[in-house]
Design a protein around this ligand. Structure first.
Ligand code: BGC
Length: 952
């Protein structure tokens, strides 16, 4: 029942919707009543009936709508920039370009100019690698850049004296070496001359030549003029006052921003969301959020305050750079709606009444960390009566192209606090703090000191042999917070505001002493409900599962990222694809999936291809124009998994067209149903053990691609079945059969050998059910014997490993499954845990591998957690929302007991088994509305709601 007021609901008057009694164990029933209006509360309750016909009403609850239509946003976008930055921006540099055939043949550009005497500030950015920069023939220093940095260098800003006279700035630029070499380079720059006569900005007048050609010619403007990526600028404080007279009974604040923000009303922070504005493709959709601020509004003068900095919108993002989603300036738009007791409502919005000034946030970027000068907080700026007459009046910003769109997923929050497990002095005023756990978040520090004193917090995942931070795997991420103390009596709290890092250790420099009680690790994560707990009577495997949970917490930050620490933190689709099965057990991923899939759909290529990562400001990624197998398949795998776990068909409906377009796009290019054409970046079994380079073809790539295609088609068929799309279901089942047949013809021999004999080939074939019974057995034997022959180890990478144990279990190689799970030597899951992993490593040899690609918090190899839930604990969804689930455990005496509990939409499912040489006992709890298909060595049986015990 849905009613327009609590009173109507209490009296049983469902004036908006009454679903009636829905039989058959309904979950995720969609509201189907009167159309919803913006900014309203809706009150609901639900009556449930169990299998005995007993019924009960829930306690009343409510939901609220935000601003639904673009016209509901009456506030203006206001610019977040200083007057100087604005003048810089309006004198926008022009990109000039020229050919440059190879990294060995740089092109030269030069900018002659005349100064009347003063100082120069040169801001330059190149599409290509700058190999030299000089003023009047003398080299200028370029900022240091890690040789393994992912993506082009950000804009460099250099100051120099510019005495009166003629000068020349000269720069050499070559294409960046790598997978895709562009045969052209481009440059854009602004020279700001601060002369006695005033400030001048020079952006044009470039000349160019290739190599040592003698003639310089005018450099031509580039055909494509990308956004000029201004270097990091300080955050700004914004403020507006307003007077309230009537008693406000309801107040809601709607916020959208291009930049990172934090807000206060009358000195109290609004909400506890972190890292807002969250990661998004701001060029297509600007996420907005709504806060209940009723309790903060008061009669008399009110003060609304904001701190706005670079955030995800403007920060450097690999590989695109800064302002990847659109041009400066950073912007914010607010609508505060206040309703008085007499029913009158009015709005305070972003308008020219706002004032702004410089902030203590001198620099804040996602990869870099934050520089704060705490002396610059204006005393009392959030209180009434503060004199802001010296602040600049706000000016309107250019209108963004994208609409504001309410965020779907849970916001990022501080989900837990970690006390250090050790603090160790390593030098004069230098300490290493160990939080005992790798995680994504920040360090909060209580410090006492004099005004102007500097404190630095550096982050790292691991230590070097001397016990100092080892930061070599962070590449170009500075991962450092710097503070200048205000010098308050007592102490002050230091904490970054708009950024986060991935780390276990922090080095704190600048304090004479450090007490462990003064340091706290704040864990940031998208605040999803944790729904699954796995219990296994083996410390190493228990830790392995926990490590997958920690890697999920660390990498569910607005979007599913690959890692939280180095210069990536990108929504790589392949990583999500392999991990989603595990993710959906650990947490309720329903809203998070809907949100990320919306981002995927927004960048979908014209023939349906999903990207390599998302949000992805420049298409499918790496210049690809087709889908990358195993990565793009996230577009189908994620909705499938989230629907199977939640039973919420909205996920399928929202993605249906996009998913079918994706598979149809591949089949159109590959009429014989083998995915040979258009394979994007074709990463194969990325990071396989036998690979010298990450994407080496250790397994035929067409085999992997075709296997992925078969699975996606099968998942479409199942989703179609479950959502009543019967014609589509038989169509996609037919396509699946055709792809499966093509796979067998191309890659499987009559003797059961698959592909080139690599383990990944067998795993794809068996794990995805692509073989007929006869060849299945033979293939299983071959796979098992290869694993044994190599010393009971897996040689697989990103795509093979997640399916390995399912493949072995499908041919009853149960003992081998356990041998692999219990293995402790390299390479194995046990090895990671034995070598101190508290999250999942990117590579089996995280401790000894190449530092350029070596994250200690990358969840792909942790996809095995799904197998632990499904086959070790025996909880495997068979129909959406666990309407039916399979219980087929693989007990083993070596661990003695295991089980799991999973909170599903229908209630809690629980399993627990014990196993000795002579007897196995299984306890099972099935929730109302659910049926368990129990497979025992003695036969199959089904179990309804309640508790059950089976012994065999
Ligand atoms: C990321 C991966 C990703 C891969 C694809 C890496 O740099 O960290 O996890 O899937 O690139 O190439």
């Amino acid at each position: 029942m849905v009613a327009s007021s609590p009173r109507a609901l209490a009296s049983g008057r469902a004036d908006l919707w009454d679903s009636g009694h829905l039989k058959g164990g309904s979950v995720a029933v969609r509201y189907d009543g009167a159309p919803l209006k913006a900014g309203k509360a809706y009150h609901w309750k639900v009556q449930i009936f169990d299998e005995n016909g007993t019924s009960a009403w829930s306690s009343p609850s409510s939901w609220e709508t935000g601003l639904l239509d673009p016209s509901d946003w009456t506030g203006k976008w206001i610019a977040v920039e200083s007057a100087d930055e604005r003048t810089d921006r309006l004198a926008s540099p022009v990109w000039v370009e020229g050919s440059s055939p190879s990294p060995e043949h740089p092109r030269s550009f030069r900018l002659p100019f005349r100064s009347t005497g003063g100082e120069g500030m040169f801001t330059i950015v190149a599409d290509g690698a700058i190999s030299s920069l000089a003023l009047d023939g003398k080299p200028l220093d370029l900022p240091h850049r890690d040789p393994n940095a992912f993506g082009g260098a950000p804009a460099a800003r250099i100051k120099f004296p510019a005495p009166a006279g003629e000068h020349v700035l000269a720069v050499d630029i070559a294409p960046i070496a790598g997978f895709f070499i562009k045969p052209a380079v481009a440059v854009a720059a602004q020279l700001r001359l601060d002369e006695a006569t005033g400030v001048r900005r020079i952006t044009t007048g470039w000349q160019t030549r290739l190599g040592t050609e003698s003639l310089w010619s005018e450099a031509l403007p580039a055909a494509f003029q990308p956004v000029f990526p201004w270097p990091p600028a300080p955050g700004r404080l914004l403020r507006r006052t307003f007077v309230e007279t009537g008693n406000a009974i309801r107040a809601r604040l709607h916020v959208a921003a291009l930049g990172g923000y934090r807000l206060w009303l009358n000195g109290v922070r609004i909400g506890d969301d972190e890292l807002q504005s969250e990661p998004a493709d701001y060029s297509r959709r600007i996420p907005c959020r709504t806060y209940d601020v009723t309790a903060l509004v008061r009669d008399g003068e009110n003060v609304l305050g904001a701190l706005v900095g670079d955030g995800f919108f403007a920060s450097y993002q690999a590989p695109e750079g800064r302002y990847a989603y659109g041009a400066a300036p950073r912007r914010i738009r607010l609508v505060l709606e206040i309703e008085a007791a007499d029913g009158q409502a009015h709005r305070i919005v972003t308008d020219p009444e706002w004032r702004h000034t410089d902030s203590p946030l001198r620099m804040s970027e996602i990869y870099a960390g934050e520089d704060q000068d705490l002396r610059l907080w204006p005393e009392g700026w959030l209180s009434a009566g503060f004199d802001a007459s010296g602040w600049a009046p706000a000016w309107e910003a250019p209108l963004p192209e994208a609409p504001c769109s309410p965020a779907i997923a849970e916001p990022v929050r501080v989900v837990r606090e970690m006390p250090p497990i050790a603090v160790r002095r390593i030098g004069d005023r230098r300490f290493i703090v160990d939080f005992g756990q790798n995680f994504a978040g920040r360090v909060r520090l209580r410090a006492a000191g004099a005004a102007g004193q500097q404190i630095t917090v550096r982050h790292a995942e691991v230590l070097d042999p001397k016990g100092e931070l080892d930061r070599s795997n962070l590449r170009a991420a500075r991962a450092e917070d710097r503070y200048i103390l205000r010098g308050r009596p007592g102490s002050e709290d230091l904490e970054p505001i708009l950024t986060y890092q991935g780390f276990r250790y922090a080095e704190i420099e600048g304090l004479p002493d450090l007490d462990a009680g003064a340091v706290t690790g704040l864990v940031l994560s998208s605040a999803l409900h944790e729904t699954g707990t796995l219990r296994i009577d083996n410390g190493r495997l228990q830790r392995l599962w926990l490590n997958t949970l920690w890697s999920q917490r660390s990498n569910f930050v607005g979007v599913p990222t690959d890692c939280p620490q180095r210069d990536e933190r990108l929504g790589w689709t392949g990583d999500a694809q392999v991990f989603w099965d595990a993710a959906a057990f650990n947490m309720d991923v329903t809203a998070f999936t809907r949100s990320y899939c919306r981002i995927l759909r927004d960048v979908q290529g014209k023939d349906g291809a999903y990207p390599l990562w998302a949000p992805s400001p420049s298409g499918l990624g790496w210049g690809t124009t087709s889908a990358t197998p195993g990565w793009a398949d996230a577009g189908v795998m994620l909705p499938y998994t989230a629907f199977l776990h939640s039973g919420d068909a909205a996920i399928v409906d929202e993605n249906w067209e996009a998913m079918t377009a994706y598979i149809e796009g591949i089949l159109a290019r590959n009429p014989d149903a083998l995915w040979t054409n258009g394979r994007g970046a074709d990463l194969g079994d990325w990071l396989a053990l036998d690979a010298k380079f990450p994407m080496d073809e250790t397994t035929p790539k067409a085999l992997i691609a075709t296997a992925m295609l078969a699975r996606s088609a099968e998942q479409l068929a199942k989703m179609a079945d479950w959502t009543g799309r019967s014609a589509a279901a038989s169509h996609w089942r037919g396509q699946h059969d055709r792809i499966r047949q093509a796979f067998q013809n191309a890659f499987v021999k009559p003797d059961g050998s698959v592909g080139n004999g690599s383990q990944c080939g067998y795993i794809m074939a068996l794990g995805l059910g692509l073989l007929d019974t006869g060849r299945q057995k033979a293939a299983g034997r071959r796979l098992a014997s290869d694993i044994r022959r190599r010393g009971t180890l897996l040689s697989t990478g990103f795509l093979g490993t997640p399916l390995a144990l399912d493949a072995l279990a499908s041919v009853n190689e149960n003992e081998l499954v356990w041998d692999l799970l219990l293995r402790r030597e390299y390479p194995s899951w046990g090895y990671m845990v034995d070598h101190g992993a508290t999250t999942i490593w990117e590579r089996w040899n995280g401790d000894t591998g190449d530092v350029a690609m070596n994250s200690f918090n990358h969840y792909a190899l942790g996809a095995v957690a799904a197998f632990l839930y499904r086959r070790i604990a025996g909880i495997e969804p068979v129909e959406p929302g666990f309407a039916r689930f399979k219980v087929a455990i693989l007990p083993d005496q070596r661990v003695g007991s295991a089980g799991a509990s999973v909170n599903t939409a229908r209630g809690r499912i629980e399993t627990h088994w014990t196993c000795t040489a002579t007897r196995t006992a299984l306890d099972l709890t099935v929730p109302t509305g659910s049926v368990a298909e129990v497979e025992l060595p003695t036969g199959k049986t089904s179990a309804g709601p309640g508790s059950h015990r089976f012994t065999f």
